[in-house]
Design a protein around this ligand. Structure first.
Ligand SMILES: CC(C)(COP(=O)(O)OP(=O)(O)OC[C@H]1O[C@@H](n2cnc3c(N)ncnc32)[C@H](O)[C@@H]1OP(=O)(O)O)[C@@H](O)C(=O)NCCC(=O)NCCS
Length: 161
């Protein structure tokens, strides 16, 4: 695997979505990435509203100065933070950036949200994302009735002992 470039995570802006929406090829990919509330095609402003995005909950991963990844941290009750809408630019996949994006979001969830537990949803047939999340310590909590979508979870602190 080629080396991933230096990366930083920063709060996202509406104009980042202009780029991110270009990484989503069709309505089905959009639904699987962002859920049923985000239209396809969407304008950056429209998607920003549909995602209830803000600079507090949406983040862009930059390689040098170029956005190459995006994700949201949605705070729930009891310091549970849900990681949502993770995506890496198609031309940059398979280089470790998805892992960087997850690690940076996890660090932000701990530092800025005081997260105690993290959750995320993944399609069971999204083998790349599923393998990535398992390798980061997420395990399956439950599946939807159709068995298509898995809710995964992990504590933010390593288990004791
Ligand atoms: C899921 C996604 C974010 C992963 O990003 P990425 O940059 O390709 O991931 P990485 O290169 O960091 O790889 C991380 C892990 O994914 C797995 N992986 C990556 N490419 C893979 C492939 N072609 N086949 C199988 N597993 C693969 C491996 O476990 C890898 O770990 P390793 O580094 O120890 O080999 C990216 O594929 C993506 O944006 N997909 C479309 C949107 C999406 O599905 N988002 C997730 C919604 S839950």
């Amino acid at each position: 695997m080629p080396c991933a470039p230096l990366t930083t995570l920063r709060p996202a802006r509406v104009d980042d979505l202009g780029r991110v929406l270009g990484w989503v090829p069709d309505a089905e990919a959009c639904r699987r990435w962002a859920g049923p509330n985000v239209s396809f095609p969407a304008t950056p402003n429209g998607a920003w509203l549909e995602m209830a995005a803000s600079p507090d909950n949406a983040f862009a991963l930059l390689a040098d100065t170029v956005p190459v990844g995006f994700g949201q941290l949605l705070a729930g009750d009891h310091r549970v933070v849900h990681m949502a809408r993770l995506i890496v630019a198609p031309g940059h996949r398979g280089r470790g950036l998805g892992r960087r994006l997850c690690e940076a979001l996890i660090a932000t969830a701990c530092d800025d949200f005081a997260a105690r537990r993290l959750t995320l949803n993944v399609y069971a047939d999204n083998h790349v994302a599923h393998a990535l999340y398992r390798s980061l310590g997420f395990s399956e909590l439950l599946r939807d009735d159709a068995g298509e979508v898995i809710l995964m979870s992990r504590p933010t602190l390593p288990p004791r002992g």
